[in-house]
Design a protein around this ligand. Structure first.
Ligand code: GLU
Length: 561
């Protein structure tokens, strides 16, 4: 008897931790923790992702946890009140890469002429139906291995107990608080309670946000789209004259979409389809550039930059002409076709800039801040996640939902607000991206994964509105054409031509004055600029190991184990 009891006790002692783990978790992690990397702009956000990987979660678990954490630790763009795109490249070849598309959409009461020139970008009318929480839930349901709660609770803790802010966040918070006199709730939630300025080392506590995140942890996405939070959000809309109703919130769905897939000099490139313009434009541009031997010309020679500007000009003109939400407009398949790109490549004069006006043809011509954030994750099994999400502008509409503690996007700005008004200054008014009820606004977010023979070689993406696609293009050209190692590829000066305005932003104007002079002699206009940060992961050719590169343009953090 005594011996049997001892045996039972031993068995129970051995089984108990496992039983407790089973009670606490719906699904057991399927992988053992090996080397994993998270690269993100927010150090505490990246740390949450790393901890999840180390606990045995896969790259998607880490991405979901990082995204929730950054809604707390990087309020300028990390969000639950916005939307984005998550590109997932599974570790095994049995599964296809997919995009979890969680872009915001127009409320049902929205219509094509709803904006006047007087409408503010920082108003309830500029808010699109948020997609982030449904998107993260869809990614988790499809690919996650750890329980949902375990992925949301780290964010709850960061909001409830607060976290120590660093100098860049202190600067950012001081700026937004001072710049938002019309937004008392933002000032209350993100300002220091005694009214003084934030300093590095202070602790930011967000109690209301913690309550909202706890509801999401406990109830899943319905904790956001239905019940108390939904009521608080719609009350905020009513106060500010916004259009989002409880019906809009309840009806929001994130979607699983097939990425745009192209090839570039033997590599496979995956990036998001519409409603992002990112994948289509990126593949169109790579297809054009494949017609030229860039390597022979040198990375920052006038010849290479000329070809890149001409390529960007053409693809961005097509972006304006054809792209919008594919659930509403028909997008021509030829845009990512190699033969179409060959014809566009032939239309480039090797010695002279094209006038953007000459490409406009049927588009009648009349007379952006970097506020998104991208993170890259790779787990020990080789599953990769590239996630870009946004509130549109820095701190979005600046409207914090009273009682719920989170910022709302101003993503409606990404529609072509004024039908028919395409201007030389860069406003686009073409049909495919005009407002319609339930339609998603066109994005430039381009979370991208490049592979060779099925193995991931680059995970990248960036904020920066329309510059995003060209930032990713530069990264790919640096890596594939010029064999730069990852950090050099991230650091190298970037280039952006948006079709209109007909001028190229170039980060290397000081470093390469002779190149600029020769480009100007060819008819280009160039100006100094700074493009968005591209926190990336890449396969190091020399060592065969994966490395992370945070972008020094804004700092950021490589968190690995
Ligand atoms: N809302 C923009 C987009 O989806 C991104 C905003 C930004 O990065 O500045 O393309």
């Amino acid at each position: 008897m005594h011996r049997a009891c001892t045996l039972l006790l031993v068995v129970l002692t051995l089984l108990l931790p496992g039983m407790i783990a089973l009670i606490g978790s719906a699904v057991e992690p399927t992988r053992s923790p090996r080397h994993g990397i998270v690269v993100a702009v927010s150090p505490p956000g990246a740390e949450v992702g790393r901890a999840i990987l180390q606990k045995g979660g896969n790259a998607v678990d880490a991405a979901v946890a990082t995204a929730f954490a950054m809604a707390v630790t990087y309020p300028a763009a990390g969000n639950i009140g916005g939307g984005g795109f998550m590109l997932i490249y599974p570790a095994d070849s049995k599964h296809e890469p997919v995009v979890i598309e969680y872009r915001e959409k127009a409320p049902l009461a929205a219509h094509k002429s709803m904006y006047t020139k007087k409408d503010s970008r920082y108003s309830a009318k500029a808010v699109g139906v948020p997609g982030t929480v449904r998107g993260l839930a869809l990614a988790h349901a499809r690919f996650g291995t750890l329980p949902w709660k375990d992925l949301v609770l780290p964010a709850v803790k960061l909001a409830e107990e607060g976290f120590v802010i660093d100098a860049p966040l202190a600067r950012s918070l001081n700026w937004i608080v001072a710049d938002s006199p019309r937004f008392p709730e933002l000032r209350r939630v993100l300002g220091k309670s005694d009214g003084s300025a934030w300093e590095a080392g202070d602790r930011l506590v967000q109690k209301d946000l913690a309550k909202t995140l706890r509801l999401i942890a406990e109830q899943g996405p319905d904790g956001f789209y239905k019940g108390t939070v939904a009521e608080l959000l719609t009350a905020e809309m009513k106060r500010g004259g916004g259009l989002i109703t409880t019906e809009d919130l309840a009806a929001y769905e994130a979607k699983i979409r097939r990425p745009i897939h192209g090839t570039y000099r033997g590599y496979d490139v995956y990036a998001p389809p519409p409603p992002s313009s990112g994948g289509t434009c990126l593949i169109e541009m790579l297809n054009i550039l494949e017609n030229f031997d860039l390597r022979k010309q040198g990375r920052f020679s006038p010849e290479t930059l000329h070809l890149m500007i001409e390529t960007m000009r053409r693809a961005y003109c097509d972006r304006a002409r054809y792209l919008g939400d594919a659930d509403f407009v028909k997008i021509p398949a030829f845009l990512t076709d190699k033969e179409y790109a060959r014809r566009l490549a032939q239309s480039i004069d090797r010695h002279k800039a094209t006038r953007s006006e000459d490409l406009a043809q049927d588009i009648p011509l009349k007379g952006e801040g970097d506020s998104t954030t991208h993170f890259s994750i790779l787990d020990g099994d080789g599953m990769a996640v590239a996630n870009t999400y946004t509130l549109e502008h820095s701190y979005g509409s600046r409207i914090v939902v009273r009682g719920a503690g989170f910022l709302l996007n101003n993503e409606m700005m990404d529609f072509n607000w004024f039908p028919g008004e395409t201007t030389r200054g860069g406003r686009i008014g073409t049909e495919p991206n005009q407002v319609a009820p339930g339609k998603r606004m066109l994005s430039s977010q381009t979370p991208t994964i490049v592979t060779k023979n099925g193995k991931v070689v680059l995970i990248t993406g960036s904020p920066g509105s329309r510059t995003i696609i060209n930032t990713v293009l530069c990264l790919i050209v640096n890596t594939i054409d010029f064999d730069m190692d990852l950090q050099a590829a991230v650091d190298a000066p970037r280039l952006h031509h948006p079709w209109f305005p007909d001028t190229a932003g170039f980060e290397g104007t000081c470093e390469y004055p002779e190149t600029v002079r020769r480009l100007e002699a060819m008819g280009h206009s160039l100006h100094g600029t700074r493009q968005g940060d591209a926190h990336s992961i890449g396969l190091d050719r020399k060592t065969g190991k994966y490395i992370g590169a945070a972008d020094h343009r804004i700092d950021g953090k490589v968190s690995e184990f």
